[in-house]
Design a binder for this molecule. Structure first.
Ligand code: HEM
Length: 429
C-alpha cells in the first residue's frame, strides 16, 4: 500500500506536475516557473512517492539554507538523486570527503597540477582548429581534476583515455542533467555503470600501487586515510578518488564552458580581462562568478528527517519528516532583482553581488550559502581563471555558434548547452 504523503501544516497551494525523474517534463525551468506563477513563492509538488515544498521568498530562502543537516539533510537528498545513476557500493565506506581535501591550507600542490593539465591541453591546440567549447572544457575538467586528486602521474598514464571514458559512462551528474534517462538506467540495473566503476577502479588502483609513498599532494591525503588497510586499500582509495572526481564533474567544466562562451560574446569584457591578466585576477574571477550565476540550473534539496518549522515571511509551515524542501536556482538567479537577466561581471565586488543593490544574499546563488556552501570554491575559481587567462592569452576564439541556450530537461548543476558551441581558434594578434 502507498504510504501517505508527509504532512505540511498549513498546506500551501499544490501545483500540478511531476519531477522529471518521475515523468516527462520537457522544460524544467518553464514547468517549475509556471507552478510558481500559478501558486506563488511557496508551493507543493507531489511527484512519485515524494512531496516537495518549494520555497522562493527571501525569508523562505534564508530558512532553507539555515536549516541544520540533522533536521533536513542535503546529504540524504543528494544521495536519493545520485543513487538513480550510481552504484550503491560507491557510497559505502568512503573515507575522504571533498571538504577534507579542500580544507588544506596548502593550495600550491593543486595549482601546479592545474597548470600542468592546462598546458597539456593547450599544447594539443593549433590555430585553425575548430573546438566545441563544452567538449573541450569537459576533457580539460577531467585532466585538471585527475591531476589534482588522482596524482599528476595520471596525466602520463597510457590508460587515461580509458579512465576518462569510464568516468563519462559512470557520470553521476546524468541523474540531474538527463533525469528522463534514469528509468532506462534502472531497467538495465546500472549494468554500464557497474562496468565503468570496475574499470575506473582498476586503472586508478594500478596507478596508486605504483607510488612508493603516499606523497604530499591531494592523492597522498586520500592514501593516508587507508593506512593500515590491506585488502581494501587500493579499491578504497580508488573509490574515494572516483567520488570526488564525479562531484567535480557536476559543475566545474560547465561553468567554465559558459565563462568562455560569455567572454566570446562580450569582447569589451574580454579586452579588460586580457589587459589585467596575471596582475589582477579579480575581473576574471568575477567573470567566472557571473557566468556561473547565469548558468546555474541547480535544484537544491533537503530531505526532512525531523519535524521542522519553515517560515516563508508570510506563514510558518510545520513540515513532517519524509517531505523534501526545495528551491530552484534559475528561478531566482535570473529574476530575483532588476537587470539579473543581463551578463555583467561588474555586478560583483570580490565574492559579493553588489548590483542590484540590497538583494538578500540567498537571492542569488553560485557556490551556495551557509553550512553546505561548496568546499571546492577556491579550487574551482582558481582553475577556471587560469584556463581563461591561458586560452585567451594564446588565441582569439571566433564563434561558429549563434546564441547557445541551456539543455531544457536539466534539473541540477550548471547548465549543459542544448547544442554544439563551436569556435575556431585564431592565433592572437
Ligand atoms: C564551478 C564549479 C562549482 C560550482 C558552481 C559548485 C556549486 C555548488 C553549490 C551551489 C553547492 C551547495 C549545494 C547546496 O546547498 O545544496 C555545492 C556544494 C558542494 N560542492 Fe560544489 N560546485 C563547484 C565545484 C565543485 C567541485 C570541483 C567539487 C569537488 C571536487 C565540489 C564539491 C562539492 C561538495 C562536496 C558540496 C557539498 C558540501 C556540503 O554538503 O557541505 N564542487 N557546490
Amino acid at each position: 500500500m502507498d504510504r501517505p504523503m508527509p504532512l505540511i501544516e498549513p498546506m500551501p497551494p499544490a501545483a500540478d506536475g511531476v519531477m522529471p525523474w518521475d515523468g516527462p517534463v520537457s522544460d524544467t525551468v518553464a514547468a517549475i516557473g509556471a507552478a510558481r506563477a500559478a501558486c506563488g513563492d511557496t508551493f507543493v509538488i507531489d511527484s512519485g512517492r515524494d512531496r516537495y515544498l518549494f520555497l522562493f521568498s527571501p525569508r523562505g530562502l534564508q530558512e532553507f539554507y539555515a536549516v541544520p543537516e540533522q533536521t533536513a539533510s542535503k546529504g540524504v537528498a543528494d544521495w536519493k538523486m545520485l543513487i538513480r545513476k550510481l552504484p550503491q557500493e560507491l557510497f559505502e565506506g568512503r573515507r575522504t570527503l571533498p571538504h577534507e581535501l579542500f580544507g588544506r591550507s596548502d593550495t600550491q600542490a593543486y595549482l601546479e597540477a592545474l597548470e600542468d593539465a592546462i598546458s597539456r591541453h593547450l599544447d594539443g591546440l593549433s590555430p585553425g582548429d575548430e573546438v566545441e567549447i563544452f567538449d573541450f572544457t569537459r576533457r580539460l575538467g577531467h585532466s585538471m581534476g585527475l591531476a589534482s586528486w588522482a596524482g599528476r602521474e595520471m596525466l602520463d598514464s597510457p590508460r587515461i583515455e580509458e579512465l576518462v571514458a569510464a568516468l563519462d559512462a559512470l557520470d553521476g551528474a546524468e541523474a540531474f542533467v538527463a533525469p528522463d534517462r534514469m528509468r532506462e538506467v534502472a531497467r538495465s540495473k546500472k549494468a554500464c555503470e557497474y562496468e565503468a566503476m570496475a574499470e575506473a577502479e582498476e586503472i586508478i588502483s594500478e596507478s596508486v600501487a605504483a607510488r612508493a609513498s603516499p606523497g604530499d599532494d591531494l592523492l597522498g591525503t586520500i592514501i593516508e586515510r587507508w593506512t593500515g588497510e590491506t585488502d581494501q586499500r587500493l579499491s578504497g582509495v580508488a573509490r574515494d578518488v572516483i567520488l570526488v572526481h564525479l562531484s567535480s564533474m557536476s559543475n566545474m567544466f560547465a561553468a567554465l564552458g559558459w565563462t568562455l562562451v560569455h567572454l566570446v560574446q562580450h569582447p569589451g569584457v574580454l579586452a579588460r580581462v586580457r589587459a589585467a591578466a596575471g596582475a589582477d585576477r579579480d575581473l576574471a574571477s568575477r567573470c567566472v562568478l557571473e557566468s556561473t550565476r547565469i548558468g546555474q540550473r541547480s535544484i537544491m534539496l533537503r530531505a526532512v528527517l525531523a519535524p521542522v518549522t519553515v517560515d516563508d515571511g508570510s506563514r510558518a509551515y510545520e513540515v513532517s519528516p519524509g517531505a523534501t524542501l526545495a528551491t530552484f536556482l534559475p528561478l531566482t538567479n535570473l529574476s530575483g532583482g532588476p537587470g539579473l537577466d543581463r551578463y555583467d561581471p561588474d555586478r560583483w565586488r570580490g565574492r559579493s553581488l553588489v548590483s542590484p543593490a540590497g538583494l538578500p544574499a540567498e537571492s542569488v546563488t553560485t557556490f551556495g550559502h551557509g553550512v553546505h556552501a561548496c568546499p571546492a570554491r577556491p579550487f574551482s575559481v582558481a582553475a577556471m581563471v587560469r584556463v581563461v587567462e591561458r586560452l585567451f592569452g594564446d588565441y582569439d576564439l571566433e564563434p561558429r555558434f549563434a546564441d547557445p541556450v541551456p539543455r531544457p530537461g536539466q534539473i541540477g548543476g550548471v547548465a549543459r548547452a542544448a547544442g554544439p558551441c563551436v569556435v575556431e581558434l585564431r592565433a592572437r594578434q
